[in-house]
Design a protein around this ligand. Sequence first.
Ligand code: 3SK
Length: 509
Amino acid sequence: ELNYPERLNCAVELLDRRIEAGDGDRRCIITPGETLTYRDLQERVNRIANVLTRRLGLVPGGRVMLRSANNAMMVATYFAVLKAGGVVVATMPLLRAKELAYTIQKAEIPLALCDVRLAEEMEKARTQASRLERIVYWGGGPDTLEAMMAEEPAEFEACDTASDDVCLLGFTSGTTGVPKGTMHFHRDMMAICDAYSTQVLRPERDDVFIGSPPLAFTFGLGGLVLFPMRVGAATVLLEAAPPDKLLEAIREYKATVSFTAPTAYRAMIDMLQPGDLASLRKCVSAGETLPKATWDAWYEATGLKLLDGIGATELLHIFIGSPEEEVRPGATGRPVPGYEARIIDEEGNELPPNTIGRLAVRGPTGCRYLADDRQADYVQNGWNVTGDTYMMDDDGYFWYQARSDDMIISSGYNIAGPEVEGALLTHPAVAFCGVVGAPDRERGQVVKAYVQLREGHAPSPDLVKELQDHVKSEIAPYKYPRQIAFVDSLPRTESGKLRRVDLREMARQ
Ligand code: 3SK
């Protein structure tokens, strides 16, 4: 069990304690433009915290919107808000003014710190969000954050926060409706380090972390900032990390631990040159279901076992996922130590092993929505019901089936879209695919696949037939996609998740 003292500030635990432990001169953040040691980061954090509290009126509990790609200033502003006892509301760089304005109004945010390169949408949002009183930019122009920082001392006394003071409001990506704000405590930030990272990932001080998820997505926050800092390791932050750039950066910075989505691992396989991943020793895949075909192909190409995991913004990070020696290809894994997981029916009753049902989880982190009626749907009898359909085997491994609303019901059969995707992905012509239900008068729904082909393959009726036969030979024939549409690319969220909601909409037309 994880126990934290009643008074706890996670910025102190993750940053100041490192310096007290003698890690001040170790590399903390590496970017293409600058490298910061733990001490450099602390100094920057302290100056920003002084600006926030002495010039911008931040008081404990005050909310601050942060807007930036993954870089050193994003981390410094993040930790400054935490250290000053404020609440971070980090936003995906690609959010548009309307979405920013929604977030500002919903979370009642008076202050935003923003990379000047993202000013355009921020300024538009200002006109739509009456709650927002002030925006301070960094990265150029007059009256910048840097100018204020230069006039502030490099020392700052951390706010004496309680371990269960809220420090982060993470917004869900909105794939299942209007985005929800999820509240997390200082102790939650420590708990994900001490549960998933320490006990499943098991990083070392000399590790160099790297990856693609934005820090506004808690998958990126944990994997690229909190986990490395908890052990005094270094992290490489890239403002944009499509698979080719990520691969290049792994080689250049000799990264040892990667965090990215299954689609990025899949894309990297085709680009690999000998020696590219010589430094890499752990690769975490999450944010989306990991098809077994991708696990196998990655293992064959690299000799590395992908560490699959399922997390949720509501639970802050990964709650099911196994260490290398326990990995079972195709299964997400077993509950992270400290978490319990079970399969339940519609009434909330626990189901026996090998039965498909709804996933329910509980542990040191959990869902607390900001003013949202959907809280009662997510937390039922103390269990977080994540909206995923799973099966648990006799050994306690959890096998993903689908998002609960991604089950396709065709002629009375329940068909999990991701299973059909997994089968399609084993065909050499298929680069990526998404499978949803298309309305059908006779069958209720039919399985429809959207397929992005690999280079060198062209759509044709013969290929449709070949893919259908291929699926029939891989899984129960009734699951084959009766409809196949070829697309140039698949709709994805900024965090890399397939937007099945868009595919379902396309399938309706
Ligand atoms: O699986 C996810 O989508 C996720 C969400 C938040 C944090 C971590 C993860 C893996």
